[in-house]
Design a protein around this ligand. Structure first.
Ligand code: ADP
Length: 570
């Protein structure tokens, strides 16, 4: 809650004004039954018409003022909680983008999404409700009891006698309400996870005719949410009738005891009427308090989930830079690097290679052998468990994230395109001129863009669904090259290109990006055979390292891959 409080703190002055207005409105509202009882008991029997009119007008004015202050205070509450949530959500989003890859693995994407959406909404609701009811409910409750004490101490005892029962109901509702709402929230997390997975894999699901299977899975998650929500709201719905039963029983006793007292001339009928109004006000206040408890618990649980992310420590800390020549070779150096995602079994072991500026490294090996992991380590998404990675002789850890990431142009395996124009997808928010975009697109063999009616202005659908696999890869390649990076990392990014286009791409890269150091992961020997060095990976270990010819002589795994593929080409 400390983290959430730090967002509320700057709003305390304006919140105080809002609470004061709410306080005034509530006090005015509390005065109404008392004024009515005074008119009925004092002025009506005495026939003081002018006083009846005056107090009647005062009652109208008080009611109008109470209404106005309630409306103003509620509007202020909405705007305050909106502002707080806006900042909270923005900071949370920024933090999510700064999480280290292992922290992202830890929180999981669906959970981060639900923290950004439903959890911030719950916190918003909590802050909003707290401002609306937080001061109103206690004032109505305590003020109501105090006024009734003065009005009719004996009847107040009837009221006080029902309070423990009402308190039990409030406790029961808030206690079980929290549990049930927490369970409902967990079910919602699962629903988001399922929806996200299905959306991401929708093409595969359709292709493999797994729509029914997915629908059933979604149905299960959906039903779970409904069942848990229903359970929680059932509890809330039972509350009202139970509270009403208690209220009406209490009221019956008040009327019976009150009737005796009026009969005996101890009390006035107006007092009883006022008392009944206060009784209803007090009961409503109790209901508000119970709702507040549930709202608070829901908001506090969500606040904790948000704070977990916001307070996650910065993991990829920058170390001190060594004084060294930042243009020195080797450009990239892996010095006996080992790494494990789970810290149980090593994903990559003892990786060592070095590349001079402008050289190309090809990485080949079966799926899951750790090829992409090497790129993740070079981008410092994860730190190695053993060994060091250097760029220009400087440990990767000594670069700031910006310094480091500016060096790279990257195409990942499952890279994404935005719903925007092709040009903007390539520019990617960087200050890159149209000429550079067109140049990069030519190198990326993306001639199809010029053939489109709107050229670079033509729209790309979300996730590039209106482009073919090969076209998508070319736009992504153009994006990676448009920034003229120092290092180009291509993870299986020409797999959807035909052999001729792939060869044209490599030739253009060699000519126009001669000074760029390139690491190319590919399943095709033809894509990497001209690389200066080739690294063959198997189960995370280097089983071969050298040029194509050297590996054809010495590396059995490479020979096998090459023979199968060359055979296929022939
Ligand atoms: P490749 O690129 O050769 O197909 P990867 O480097 O993507 O292989 O993956 C190597 C191994 O690491 C695989 O067994 C994969 O399941 C595992 N792996 C990849 N990413 C993660 C991750 N974020 N958390 C845990 N394991 C992972």
């Amino acid at each position: 809650m400390k983290t959430i409080l730090s967002y509320i703190r700057p709003k305390v002055p304006i919140m105080s004004v809002q609470l004061f207005i709410k306080f005034l409105g509530t006090v005015l509202e509390l005065l109404l039954p008392w004024m009515l009882s005074t008119i009925l008991d004092d002025f009506v029997p005495a026939g003081e018409t002018s006083k009846i009119y005056l107090w009647g007008i005062m009652m109208i004015v008080c009611a109008a003022l109470a209404l106005a202050s309630n409306v103003i205070a509620n509007k202020m509450a909405t705007s305050i909680s909106k502002d707080i949530t806006l900042r909270l959500r923005q900071d949370l989003f920024t933090k999510v983008t700064q999480l280290s890859a292992s922290q992202e693995d830890f929180f999981t994407t669906p959970s981060l999404i639900s923290r950004l959406t439903t959890d911030t909404y719950n916190v918003h609701q909590m802050i909003d409700r707290m401002q609306r009811l937080g001061i109103r409910a206690p004032i109505l409750l305590l003020g109501g009891i105090t006024i009734t004490m003065f009005l009719e101490p004996v009847l107040t005892m009837v009221l006080v006698a029902t309070l423990p029962l009402l308190a039990c109901v409030v406790w029961f509702v808030s206690h079980y309400g929290i549990q049930l709402y927490t369970q409902a929230q967990a079910a919602l997390d699962q629903l988001i996870r399922k929806a996200q997975e299905s959306m991401t894999g929708i093409r595969v699901i359709q292709a493999l005719s797994k729509v029914d299977y997915e629908r059933n899975q979604f149905d299960t998650a959906n039903r779970q949410v409904v069942v848990r929500e229903r359970r929680a709201s059932l509890l809330m719905n039972i509350t009202n009738p139970v509270m009403n039963l208690l209220l009406n029983t209490g009221l019956t006793f008040v009327v019976i005891v009150g009737a005796f007292r009026v009969n005996q001339g101890i009390t006035e009928p107006g007092t009883i009427i006022a008392f009944l109004s206060y009784f209803t006000i007090i009961l409503n206040a109790l209901m508000m308090v119970s709702r507040l408890f549930v709202m608070y618990s829901k908001g506090a649980a969500s606040g904790r989930r948000i704070a977990q992310v916001l307070t996650a420590p910065a993991e990829m800390l920058q170390e001190k830079q060594l004084a060294c020549d930042l243009t020195a070779n080797p450009h990239i150096e892996f010095d006996h690097v080992s790494f494990s995602y789970t810290k149980v079994q090593e994903t990559v072991s003892d990786i060592h290679f070095s590349l001079n500026q402008g050289e190309t490294l090809g990485i080949i090996g079966p799926t899951g052998s750790g090829k992409s992991t090497i790129l993740s380590l070079l981008l410092r998404f994860y730190d190695p468990d053993q060994g060091t990675i250097k760029i220009n002789g400087q440990n990767l850890k000594a670069y700031s994230p910006d310094q480091l990431h500016q060096k790279f142009g990257v195409v990942f395996q499952n890279d994404f395109l935005y719903n925007d124009s092709i040009g903007e997808n390539i520019r990617f928010g960087r200050p890159i001129s149209q000429e550079e975009i067109e140049f990069a697109s030519r190198i990326a063999q993306a001639g199809f863009i010029w053939e489109r009616e709107d050229g670079f202005a033509s729209e790309v659908a979300s996730r590039g669904s209106n482009l073919s696999g090969g076209q998508k890869q070319r736009v992504l390649l153009a994006r990676a090259m448009a920034g003229h990076p120092e290092i180009l990392l291509l993870d299986d990014s020409s797999s959807a290109l035909d052999y001729k286009t792939d060869a044209d791409l490599r030739r253009a890269l060699g000519t126009h990006f001669a000074h760029t150091t390139k690491i190319i992961i590919s399943q095709r020997v033809s894509s990497i055979q001209n690389a200066d060095k080739i690294l063959v990976l198997e189960n995370g270990s280097m089983v071969g390292y050298g040029t194509h010819d050297q590996l054809m002589d010495s590396c059995k795994s490479y020979q096998e891959i090459a023979q199968i593929q060359m055979g296929a080409v022939e």
